[in-house]
Design a protein around this ligand. Structure first.
Ligand code: SAM
Ligand code: DTB
Ligand code: SF4
Length: 343
């Protein structure tokens, strides 16, 4: 059986990754948790907030994406690039709510030099001045543009490979897999952290999921950040009618990502609003160490901050004064008496 002792490798085979993914669930989660604890503080979960700084009208045809101009039936209001002052003010609000990282997404095929890119540079500087990590996702990037972002203090650049090389053409036809990998190489060559992951639930097989992880794990060093998204099926997109994945598929994907990329920050990303508290906690035990925090992702709803407060309270330490978990009723309340009488 494939070793899972936390050795850092960039030569994983797809077959090895499939084997890990298909382990009995509790064995998989147990192994992933052990590797997670080797490299990460298991009680620390980074909160990252997302903002769509330029919404809709994108020339790419990504089948999952509500922001593609190809999917005319989607009910989405397009918006021009936001002003840097407004973006930085929203980052400050996110920070006050507990976010440590601020991710700004633009529905662009690629970055173009000019006023808009100058404004993004201001946003990055403003977010960094708040002492937050700054991440942007702006599409394809040229070396001189990566250099400007690095000089502005950008922490990470998000550019997902989305799925396996084999399944990719079923999802996107307007940009090649190679172009994505080129952008990631450019990002890395300027010392910016690579944030790259993908989406499950688009109709791909387990082999495709393993193949996607194999591409990511072949990076040396591994991407610093790996977002694992579950498809949010949006009305009007070609994937609108895809059934929601079983939450345990997300648990398996997170655990497998953790095993093959032991030191990366694995982010439990889109699709969390379809997971109950317990499924999310299972993902955290399986090696996720960040989640998107805030009421919206880019254009779709996220698990709300209120629900997240409950999640964080549930995974925190128990109050030793009363010996009870905050979510449970007080032992002296009538509830336990009622339960005893009922049995
Ligand atoms: N336009 C840029 C690009 O694609 O590189 C950046 C923004 S794009 C919206 C960022 C990522 O969001 C995509 O690569 C995809 O992985 C994820 N995403 C978009 N729509 C999604 C959906 N409906 N469900 C899950 N993830 C989604
Ligand atoms: C990532 O992997 N997931 C985030 C972030 N990187 C930019 C985006 C999720 C978007 C979900 C669909 C939407 O809200 O538009
Ligand atoms: Fe455009 Fe990015 Fe959406 Fe693809 S995922 S359509 S590139 S915004």
């Amino acid at each position: 059986m494939t070793m899972t002792d936390g050795t850092i490798r960039s030569d994983w085979t797809i077959a090895e990754i499939v084997d890990l993914h298909n382990l009995p669930l509790l064995d998989l989660v147990g192994r992933a948790n052990a590797v997670h604890r080797q490299y990460h503080d298991p009680s620390k979960v980074q909160k990252a907030s997302l903002l769509s700084i330029k919404t809709g009208g994108c020339p790419e045809d990504c089948a999952y994406c509500p922001q593609s101009a190809h999917h005319r039936e989607v009910d989405l209001t397009r918006d021009r690039l936001m002003r840097p002052e407004s973006v930085v003010a929203m980052a400050a609000t996110a920070k006050a709510a507990g976010a440590e990282r601020f991710c700004m997404g633009a529905a662009w095929r690629q970055v173009r030099d000019g006023r808009d890119f100058d404004a993004v540079i201001e946003m990055v500087k403003g977010v960094r001045a708040l002492n937050m990590e700054a991440c942007v996702t702006l599409g394809m990037l040229q070396p001189h543009q990566a250099e400007r972002l690095a000089d502005a203090g950008l922490t990470a650049y998000n550019h997902n490979i989305d799925t396996s090389p084999e399944f990719y053409n079923r999802i996107i036809t307007t940009r090649t897999y190679e172009e994505r990998l080129d952008t990631l190489a450019t990002v890395r060559s300027f010392g910016i952290d690579v944030c790259s992951g993908g989406i499950i639930g688009m109709g791909e097989t387990i082999h495709d999921r393993a193949s996607m992880l194999q591409v990511l794990a072949a990076f040396d060093p591994h991407p610093e950040s790996v977002p694992i998204n579950a498809l949010v099926p949006v009305a009007g997109t070609p994937l609108a009618n895809r059934p929601l994945i079983d939450p345990l598929e997300l648990v398996r994907m997170v655990a497998t990502a953790r095993l093959v990329m032991p030191t990366s920050t694995v982010r439990l990303s889109a699709g969390r609003s379809n997971l109950n508290r317990e499924a999310q906690i299972l993902c955290l035990a399986a090696g996720a160490n960040s989640l998107f925090y805030g009421d919206t992702l880019l254009t779709t709803p996220n698990a709300g901050i209120g629900e997240d407060a409950e999640l964080f309270s549930a995974i925190g330490p128990i109050d030793t004064d009363c010996g009870l978990h905050p979510g449970l009723p007080d032992a002296n309340s009538g509830l336990y008496e009622d339960m005893r009488q009922a049995t």
